[in-house]
Design a protein around this ligand. Structure first.
Ligand SMILES: Nc1nc2c(c(=O)[nH]1)N[C@H]1C(S)=C(S)[C@@H](COP(=O)(O)O)O[C@H]1N2
Ligand SMILES: [Mo]
Length: 502
C-alpha cells in the first residue's frame, strides 16, 4: 500500500494545530522552541493521547462502553485532521479507522479478565466461601481467581505489546519511501553541475568567522510539514499555467537536459532576528525561471506566481523579481550535489533578494502565473507581508556574544547582506563611540553575503560592539529595532565581550 508516515493521525493532528495557530503565536513558538517546535508539538500530542488512554483504561473498569467517550472524539479529531491535509483522500482516514478498531480490541482484550474476575468475586456468596475447601479439592488445578486474572492479563498485555512491535516494524517498512529516495539521490549524477569553488576576493581571513559556503548539513531549515515529501525524480513534474499563452509541463529529465545556470546565493528567513542564524550561503545549480516563463508566454496583466509545494505549502512571488537579470532558478543542486531531501529534493525555487517565505518553494510542483489580488499564500494568510524583499542587515560573528578577545588591536568580523543590491560599506562602533569603517570582501555578485573585518583598539575589560552596513543604493542600515513580524527584523546587532590581557 502506498501509505507513508505522513498519513499518521498524530502528524495530521499536529499539522492541523499548526494550520490553526495564528501567525504571531506560531512565530513566538518558533522563536522559543527554535526549529524543534514541531517535534515538541508531536510529543505533546502523544503525551496528551497517553493520558487520555490511561483515563480510558480506568473508565473501562466501570463499564465496557465508557472508553468510547475517549476513543470516539479522539478518532473524530484524528479523522478530521487527516482529511484536511493537503490532497487528502478517503484513504487518509483509513489509519484512523484502523487505530480506533485496534484500541477497542486491545482494551477489551486487556480488561476482559478483570471484568470476569470482578464478576466472579461479586457472585462469590458467603455460602460458596464457606465451601471453599471443598471447591479447592475439586478443580484443584485451577489457580485462584486473582492469580488467574493476573496471568491472563499479563499474557494478553504481552500479546498486544508483541503486536505493537510488529506494527512498528511495519511502520518502519513504510519509512522506506524516504530511504529509497535518499538512495536515488545518492546515485544521481548531474552533468552540468559543477563543484563549488570559493570565488577570489570573497573571503577575509579571520578565525571563527562563518564560512563563506554554508555546508548543507549546517544550512538552516524551515518546514511547515512535519514529515517532508520524499519524491522520486521520475515521479516529479512541474506545471506552469495560469495567465500564460502556453501551459508548460516539465519533468526532472527536461530540467536536467537544459542548460544549467549556477551561482552563489545567500538565502535567509524573514524570521531571523537581528544577529540570528537563519541565513546561509550556497552554490546553487538549476534552470533559469525567466527562460521558462518566457517560453510559457506570461500575460502582461500578471504580476505574481503562486508556487505550490508537494506538501501543500504555498508562496506568492513577484514576477518582477523573476523576469529581470537575477539568477532566479529552479534549483536542482546545492553546493555541487543534488539538493538534500530536506532542502527540497528534487527541485526547489530560489530567488536572490527575497526572503525564503515568498520565494524559495521546496518540492515545488506547481507554478500558477497570476495576480497578487487573486490569492493569499501560506504565510501571508498568517499575517506576514505579501512581498518579502530582504532587508539590509549585518551580523557580528567574532567575537561571539559573551566571548573574549585579547586587549590591544583586536579583529572583529562577520557578514553583511543586501541581496541583489549589494553591500557598499560596513562600520562598527565600540562602546557607543563613533562609527569606524571595516574592511569588506568583494564577492563576484551582489546576491550573497559579504564578509567584513574591523580592527579596533580595545582596552582590558568589558565592551560592547555593534555593526551597521550601507548598501549600494546608499541606504544606511537603520538602528530602529523592529520584530521579525510582519516583514523582517531591523536594528543593529551588538555583542558584549571581554578583552583580556594578552
Ligand atoms: N514546501 C516548503 N517550502 C518552503 C518552506 C516550507 O515550510 N515548505 N519554508 C520556506 C521558508 S520560510 C524559508 S526561509 C526557506 C528555507 O529554506 P531551507 O529550509 O532550505 O533553508 O524555504 C521556504 N520554502
Ligand atoms: Mo522563512
Amino acid at each position: 500500500m502506498a501509505m507513508t508516515i505522513r498519513d499518521s493521525p498524530v502528524v495530521a493532528v499536529a499539522e492541523l494545530v499548526i494550520r490553526l495557530t495564528p501567525g504571531p503565536v506560531a512565530e513566538k513558538a518558533i522563536s522559543i522552541l527554535g526549529h524543534r517546535d514541531k517535534q515538541v508539538l508531536v510529543l505533546i500530542i502523544l503525551l496528551l493521547v497517553s493520558l487520555l488512554f490511561a483515563w480510558a483504561g480506568r473508565l473501562a473498569a466501570r463499564a465496557w462502553w465508557a472508553p468510547l467517550l475517549v476513543f470516539v472524539p479522539l478518532s473524530v479529531l484524528g479523522g478530521v485532521a487527516a482529511s484536511m491535509q493537503h490532497g487528502a483522500s478517503a484513504l487518509d482516514v483509513l489509519p484512523v479507522v484502523v487505530g480506533f478498531v485496534t484500541w477497542l480490541i486491545s482494551l477489551s482484550l486487556l480488561t476482559e479478565p478483570l471484568h470476569r474476575a470482578r464478576a466472579a468475586t461479586s457472585t462469590t456468596t458467603p455460602a460458596t466461601t464457606a465451601s471453599a475447601p471443598a471447591a479447592a479439592s475439586g478443580p484443584a488445578t485451577e489457580p485462584t481467581v486473582p492469580g488467574r486474572t493476573r496471568r491472563s492479563f499479563l499474557i494478553r498485555g504481552g500479546a498486544i505489546a508483541a503486536a505493537s512491535v510488529a506494527l512498528g516494524m511495519a511502520g518502519r517498512a513504510v519509512g522506506r519511501g524516504r530511504r529509497h529516495v535518499e538512495e536515488t539521490r545518492r546515485l544521481l549524477k548531474l552533468s552540468g553541475v559543477t563543484a563549488p569553488v570559493v570565488p577570489p576576493g570573497a573571503r577575509l581571513p579571520l578565525d571563527d568567522m562563518s564560512p563563506w559556503m554554508t555546508p548543507a548539513d549546517d544550512f538552516y531549515k524551515i518546514n511547515t510539514a512535519i514529515v517532508v515529501p520524499a519524491i522520486e525524480p521520475v515521479d516529479w513534474q512541474l506545471r506552469i499555467h495560469g495567465m500564460v499563452d502556453r501551459e508548460v509541463v516539465l519533468t526532472y529529465q527536461d530540467l536536467v537536459d537544459r542548460q544549467l545556470t549556477e551561482g552563489w546565493v545567500t538565502l535567509n528567513c524573514v524570521s531571523n532576528p537581528v544577529g540570528g542564524p537563519l541565513i546561509g550561503n550556497a552554490w546553487w545549480s538549476g534552470v533559469r525561471l525567466a527562460d521558462l516563463l518566457r517560453e510559457a508566454g506570461v500575460h502582461p496583466e500578471a504580476d505574481a506566481i503562486l508556487q505550490t509545494s508537494d506538501d501543500g505549502w504555498t508562496c506568492g512571488t513577484p514576477l518582477s523579481a523573476l523576469a529581470d537579470n537575477r539568477n532566479a532558478m529552479l534549483a536542482l543542486a546545492m553546493n555541487g550535489e543534488p539538493l538534500p531531501i530536506d532542502h527540497g529534493f528534487p527541485v526547489r525555487t530560489l530567488v536572490p533578494g527575497l526572503y525564503g517565505y515568498v520565494s524559495a518553494c521546496k518540492w515545488v510542483v506547481d507554478i500558477e502565473v497570476t495576480q497578487f489580488s487573486q490569492f493569499s499564500a501560506y504565510w501571508t494568510e498568517r499575517g506576514w507581508g505579501e512581498r518579502g524583499p530582504v532587508k539590509l542587515s549585518s551580523r557580528i560573528d567574532v567575537p561571539s556574544s559573551g566571548g573574549e578577545l585579547s586587549a590591544g588591536s583586536a579583529r572583529i568580523g562577520g557578514v553583511a547582506w543586501a541581496q541583489h543590491i549589494g553591500i557598499e560599506a560596513v562600520e562598527v562602533a565600540l562602546d557607543g563611540g563613533d562609527w569606524q569603517p571595516a574592511e569588506i570582501a568583494h564577492p563576484p555578485t551582489d546576491d550573497t553575503w559579504v564578509q567584513w573585518v574591523a580592527t579596533v583598539d580595545v582596552a582590558e575589560g568589558d565592551h560592547v560592539v555593534r555593526v551597521r552596513a550601507t548598501d549600494k543604493n546608499g541606504l544606511v542600515q537603520t538602528g530602529v529595532e523592529r520584530e521579525v513580524l510582519p516583514d523582517g527584523a531591523t536594528g543593529w546587532h551588538s555583542v558584549d565581550f571581554t578583552a583580556t590581557a594578552s
